[in-house]
Design a protein around this ligand. Structure first.
Ligand code: PLP
Length: 230
């Protein structure tokens, strides 16, 4: 690994972590709520040198959006880093559920009954109870996955009580052409009324704003690793 890659990834991680800490502190001052924020480093389509640099800097929480790509990148690294925590943040097909449950620690993309049921069955089969977030399509965009806000309460109840998933939070990806703030606020409202503590929202361009609306996990790729391949 080049020294330069190692230095820049480590520096970016440090800078982003400092901004996260400051935003979390501002949130605490404003609301009186101490809300720890997890930095999920999104490693999808990044070269191995940059991943190794982040690991060398001590970072352990990573997000991936494709099961197969994540397996290739992470399955063997688990042997050396038992404290890794891997979040699945991209759409999950039911035929990949077995691989996903075996590899990941948090499934952030539970978005339909068929998938919830498949995950529940698979977690029993593998005896692995993963944390699950329900993905909410706050912008009700046709091309985006996620349960629509009006159906969220019923779906969360279904996941918890009929499937037995360990639902701990919600996740959203706001529309690119709208103010993210209203989407962050909506996700927070849905989480509160369902007693969910975890909120995965905010990316490289808007993570500080997401923290101001109560994010507990921010998903940041390019601002840490630089532009992606392809
Ligand atoms: C790629 C991706 C990110 C990271 O995006 P950046 O703009 O690189 O920070 C966050 N969330 C999801 C769901 C993604 O697919």
């Amino acid at each position: 690994m080049s020294d330069q890659t190692q230095t820049s990834v480590a520096e970016n991680l440090g800078n982003i972590q400092a901004k996260i800490n400051a935003a979390a502190q501002a949130y605490r001052v404003k609301t009186g709520i101490a809300n720890p924020v997890t930095l999920v480093a999104v490693s999808k389509r990044q070269p191995v040198t940059r991943i190794e640099a982040a690991l060398a800097a001590g970072h352990r929480v990573y997000g991936e959006n494709r099961v197969q790509e994540a397996q290739i990148r992470w399955a063997h690294r688990r042997d050396h880093h038992q404290d890794l925590r891997l979040h699945l943040i991209g759409p999950l097909q039911t035929n990949k559920v077995g691989d996903a449950v075996a590899l990941f620690d948090v499934i952030e993309v539970v978005d339909r009954p068929k998938l919830a049921k498949a995950l529940g069955d698979e977690m029993i089969r593998q005896n692995r109870q993963l944390e699950c977030y329900v993905q909410v399509n706050t912008g009700e965009e046709a091309q985006k996955s996620g349960i629509v806000p009006d159906d969220a309460d019923d779906f969360i109840a279904y996941c918890r009580h009929e499937v037995g998933l360990n639902v701990t939070g919600l996740m959203c990806i706001p529309p690119v052409d709208e103010e993210a703030a209203m989407h962050f606020a909506l996700l927070n409202t849905i989480a509160k009324r369902n007693g969910l503590a975890k909120l995965s929202m905010g990316m490289s361009d808007d993570f500080e704003e997401a923290i101001a609306f109560g994010a507990s996990a921010v998903r940041i790729g390019s601002a840490i690793f630089g532009a992606r391949d392809i």
